[in-house]
Write a protein that binds this ligand. Structure first.
Ligand SMILES: Cc1cc2nc3c(=O)[nH]c(=O)nc-3n(C[C@@H](O)[C@H](O)[C@H](O)COP(=O)(O)OP(=O)(O)OC[C@H]3O[C@@H](n4cnc5c(N)ncnc54)[C@H](O)[C@@H]3O)c2cc1C
Length: 303
């Protein structure tokens, strides 16, 4: 099948992008790695594709204080190979799982957020890190916490007359630990279930906060505060032992939050088991890493 006819414009300024989107019949084209297949299958029939790649304001990748600012036209591969992005370790952990290298050469970080596939890696990374998505529209600019950005499968709060301008990801602080894992049928496929973990141990190595975001397990990334769950099993006798002891807790969590219906690739129960195993393992991984990055003493249990 071929795409239905559409007009194509490539404005060079953000105001012009917004003017093109004003009619409500336009669709932003970033990397085209999801949009073009949608058009080819005629699942979408926008009147105009508004290509944002010539807008200078959207091409920046820069460290701004404690955040890494990624413009909406920045390719995933650019981020993957950027020295700046090493300050956000989860990007390096997750990026190799975002489709294949060829797709990442065109696909953008913000396009992945805007597309909002429930099994996509980057919306989960952004949510777990507490990133901020920036949006411009006819009534001005607004900032949206990444954890609130995705409203459902392929659905965000971005209106048809708005454009995502970028995402601000917090850089890692000393004492933080991170975990990332997913299970897919083949490398490069969307995840059957995946987990991102972020853990803060503070300057004295004491556990302060642990967050976990599951993806591929519901209609959107689901973030949970798991500080008490982790603290109840610490310190643990090594990563494997800690992961094993966390399993009852993560199994209970999976029963509450994994609500994706079964499909040809796995039942709900199978995905719950995947999630529980990955969640326990990646919490233990983050704890181990936090111990290595904390200044002074290794991590200890919150009092
Ligand atoms: C075979 C295949 C396998 C894939 N596997 C994975 C995978 O494992 N994990 C994964 O996460 N992704 C995967 N993808 C999708 C991934 O490649 C894309 O990077 C991503 O979903 C979209 O990024 P893009 O920049 O190409 O966006 P586009 O395709 O250009 O746009 C996608 C959607 O987002 C909207 N959009 C894009 N940018 C903006 C913006 N700035 N403001 C407002 N709306 C915007 C578009 O209008 C469109 O609706 C796969 C794709 C293919 C074809």
């Amino acid at each position: 099948m071929k795409a239905a006819p559409f007009a194509y414009v490539r404005p060079s300024g953000l105001d012009d992008v917004l003017a093109e989107l004003a009619g409500g019949d336009g669709k932003v084209l970033a990397g085209g790695q999801s949009l073009v297949p949608v058009l080819a299958m005629r699942l979408g029939r926008p009147g105009t594709l508004v290509d944002i790649n010539a807008v200078d304001e959207l091409t920046g990748l820069a460290r701004a204080g404690d955040t890494l600012a990624v413009g909406a036209a920045v390719r995933q591969r650019t981020v993957e190979h950027s020295r700046l992005a090493r300050d956000v370790p989860l990007l390096g952990m997750a990026m190799p799982f975002v489709g294949h290298r060829e797709l990442r050469s065109r696909g953008t970080v913000c396009g992945s957020l805007a597309h909002a596939d429930p099994a996509a890696e980057l919306p989960a990374v952004a949510a777990c890190l507490g990133a901020t998505v920036t949006v411009a529209g006819p009534s001005g600019r607004r900032r949206v916490p990444a954890a609130e950005f995705v409203l459902g499968a392929m659905t965000t709060g971005v209106g048809p007359d708005e454009v995502v301008t970028g995402v601000e990801l917090p850089v890692a602080r000393p004492g933080q630990g991170f975990g990332f894992a997913e299970i897919a049928r083949r490398h490069g496929d969307f995840a059957l279930a995946g987990v991102v973990t972020v853990l803060d141990t503070g300057h004295d190595g004491t556990l302060r906060e642990a967050r976990l975001t599951g993806f591929g397990i519901s209609d959107r990334p689901v973030t949970s505060d798991v500080t008490d769950l982790l603290a109840s099993e610490l310190p643990g006798d090594g990563r494997e032992d800690l992961a094993r002891r966390l399993r009852p807790g993560t199994t209970e969590l999976a029963a509450r939050i994994v609500d994706t219906g079964g499909d040809a690739h796995g039942s709900t129960g199978y995905r719950r088991r995947l999630f529980a195993v990955l969640a326990a393992r990646e919490l233990a991984t983050a704890w181990t890493k936090a111990g290595r990055s904390a200044p002074g003493a290794g991590p200890s249990v919150r009092q």
